[in-house]
Write a new protein. Structure first.
Length: 185
């Protein structure tokens, strides 16, 4: 799940990057069947579009829930109608697969895609995909520990230096002792 989320972010960045950097030249470039096949091989090696498999079923379940809330006595008919329409729309999933493959094909050359697919299909590539979530979690944890230490040290050292510059009375903690009222003149 985490691997898919990470790849999703990477794919989104690739989409944005390809649109921003390649712009009109990418749109003008014709993508060959061999280029698309290489892109599909990368997608398969990464399971890049697997998480999209839940879009249609999730939408169907949400729609059934909405219809059932407004017409609870027709739950069987609602389920049958929505499920039937969802099954009829299922073949359109291939359109999304082709679109994602086209995005990859426009972002990488055919040769680059073959190399990427070969890497991720290799034992090392599979191990990388499997261990990446753990590596990322541990890296985030290490960064948090590091940041806490840096924050502590920065605060301590800056405070030490500023005590010589800033008036000590200005940085004293408020006193809990109440002063006696001043005598009237």
């Amino acid at each position: 799940m985490i691997r898919q989320a990470v790849f999703g972010r990477a794919a989104a960045l690739a989409i944005l990057f390809s649109g921003a950097v390649f712009g009109a030249s990418a749109q003008a470039q014709e993508v060959t069947d061999a280029h698309l096949k290489a892109a599909r091989d990368v997608i398969a090696a990464l399971n890049a579009t697997q998480r999209y498999d839940e879009i249609l079923p999730s939408l169907a379940e949400r729609l059934k829930s909405e219809y059932t809330l407004t017409s609870p006595n027709y739950q069987d008919q609602i389920n049958k109608a929505v499920d039937g329409e969802a099954l009829a729309l299922a073949p359109r999933r291939a359109d999304l697969e082709k679109e994602v493959a086209t995005i990859f094909a426009r972002s990488f050359t055919e040769d680059e895609l073959k190399k990427i697919a070969a890497f991720y299909a290799s034992d090392v590539g599979k191990k990388y995909l499997k261990t990446l979530p753990l590596i990322q979690r541990e890296s985030v944890r290490a960064a948090q520990i590091w940041a806490n230490g840096i924050s502590r040290d920065l605060t301590t050292k800056s405070s030490d230096k500023l005590r010589n510059v800033i008036d000590a009375s200005a940085v004293k903690a408020p006193s809990t002792q109440v002063d006696a009222p001043a005598a009237k003149p």
